[in-house]
Ligand binder design. Structure first.
Ligand SMILES: [Zn+2]
Ligand SMILES: [Zn+2]
Length: 218
């Protein structure tokens, strides 16, 4: 396994962050959450001589898949997402395959691992890149905050488990690439987040619900 190159772009009017992740030796690349401005995302790959063979989704909220039909058509790439998101993704792209929890996806000489992280939606996936240590968190974790848990299918207790147990199991130097540029910086590290982010400092369901302004269960 060798290191992948990660290029982050901010697109659209909702401060969405997307990534193009490539293997410089083979030119194989993945595109994460083709949200908006697909031409700019494809241009990143073209500039580097990369071919996008895989499109990875963190979840299928509209602001993360608004450009999926265009990106799938332009690249012919296979779309990978959580099983509960497959139906929505298939309305936008012809080639969609569910990913299993902890499944490893090869991109050239590098790899990514799917982490099921429900809570914001039931089908949220964070994508961990072991080399260089990085995690693409979608709307699960933002720099200094986290995604909402008041959507249809949201589950605050699952969110706490995803944040504490799943993301907490990754190396602390792991670079965090969130789905929106809502923090002081576009990326950070898990070490910084676990030390400073109130969404992670609220490490029980009760304190997390209070952080989110949700009524205590009772
Ligand atoms: Zn979302
Ligand atoms: Zn979003």
């Amino acid at each position: 396994m060798s290191a992948l190159e990660i290029v982050q772009l901010e697109v659209g009017l909702l401060q969405n962050l997307c990534e193009v992740i490539g293997c410089s030796r083979t030119g194989q690349a993945a595109l994460v959450d083709p949200a908006f401005e697909v031409d700019r995302l494809l241009h990143v790959a073209e500039q580097r001589g990369w071919t996008i063979t895989t499109i990875l989704l963190t979840h299928t909220h509209d602001d993360h898949v608004a450009g999926l039909d265009e990106a799938a058509l332009a690249t012919g790439a296979v779309v990978r997402c959580h099983p509960v998101e497959v139906e929505v993704a298939r309305r936008l792209a012809p080639r969609v395959e569910a990913v299993a929890d902890d499944e490893v996806i090869r991109i050239g000489d590098g790899e990514l691992r799917a982490l099921y992280t429900p809570g914001h939606t039931p089908g949220c996936v964070c994508w961990f890149v072991p080399e260089p240590a990085a995690v693409i968190t979608g709307d699960v974790l933002f720099v200094g905050s986290c995604g909402g848990v008041s959507y249809s299918g949201s589950d605050p207790a699952a969110m706490v488990d995803s944040l504490q147990r799943r993301l907490g199991s990754l190396p602390e130097q792991t670079r965090v690439y969130p789905g929106h540029d809502y923090g002081q910086t576009p990326t950070s590290s898990l070490a910084w987040e676990f030390a400073n982010n109130p969404a992670l400092l609220a490490d029980t369901v009760e304190t997390f619900r209070a952080y989110k302004g949700l009524p205590a269960r009772g």
